[in-house]
Design a protein around this ligand. Structure first.
Ligand SMILES: O=C(O)[C@@H](CO)OP(=O)(O)O
Length: 200
């Protein structure tokens, strides 16, 4: 049965202007080395500079693999919970979000799923794509794969270059193979840009 292998990663660490930092380049290079042993058909990236630079850097380890922008991978808030489903801890986060922004985010989220989260034909060939994007689109694709409630994208954070793998097969629920794996990073690079409060 044809399997669509999707390797998702958040870009490397970025500065306050959204540009990749030296540590971010190192993280992206290490992710490239990790992926170098795999068959990869294409690298797609968000149009934002931190994602585009990460994709180019990791692709140095993937000779002859095409690298291209995909509009659906842009950073966006995929779903704004309604008042009755809003987790209390997140309520302040959505202050100032108007309906137009929420609708635009939802359209992008739908387009993201339509393009990258669909199973191939049952008899189709395997495919292997790397997507370099942002924390919220990754959270949305994981939520979609788990068929979890729409609000469940909240709290599914990714570290810089954290690797998430999802496999899609016709007629089956998607398989979440790994989430936010940092096995390619060592030492301080594991923690650069990491947002969890429990940093040692
Ligand atoms: O700002 C953030 O927290 C995330 C949201 O997706 O963006 P980025 O992964 O680009 O840092």
């Amino acid at each position: 049965m044809g399997t669509r292998h999707v390797y998702l990663a958040r870009h490397g660490a970025a500065d306050a202007f959204g540009e990749l930092t030296p540590a971010g380049y190192e993280q992206a290079g290490l992710l490239g080395r990790r992926l170098a042993g795999l068959r990869i058909d294409a690298v797609w990236h968000s149009m934002l500079p931190r994602a585009a630079a990460s994709a180019r850097e990791l692709a140095r380890h993937l000779p002859d693999v095409p690298v291209a922008e995909a509009a659906e991978l842009v950073d966006h808030v995929p779903y704004v919970p309604g008042p009755e489903e809003m987790p209390r801890a997140w309520a302040g986060f959505f202050d100032g979000f108007d309906e137009g922004e929420a609708a635009a985010g939802r359209r992008t989220a739908d387009a993201l799923v339509a393009r990258f989260a669909k199973a191939p034909e049952r008899t189709g060939p395997d495919s292997h794509e790397v997507l370099i994007t942002h924390a919220y689109p990754i959270a949305w694709l994981v939520r979609d794969a788990l068929e979890a409630p729409l609000t469940r994208w909240l709290g599914l954070d990714s570290a810089n270059t954290g690797l998430t793998v999802i496999e899609y097969r016709a007629g089956l629920s998607p398989t979440l193979v790994m989430f936010n794996d940092l096995g390619h990073l060592t030492g301080e690079l594991r923690w650069t840009g990491f947002r969890a409060a429990a940093r040692p």
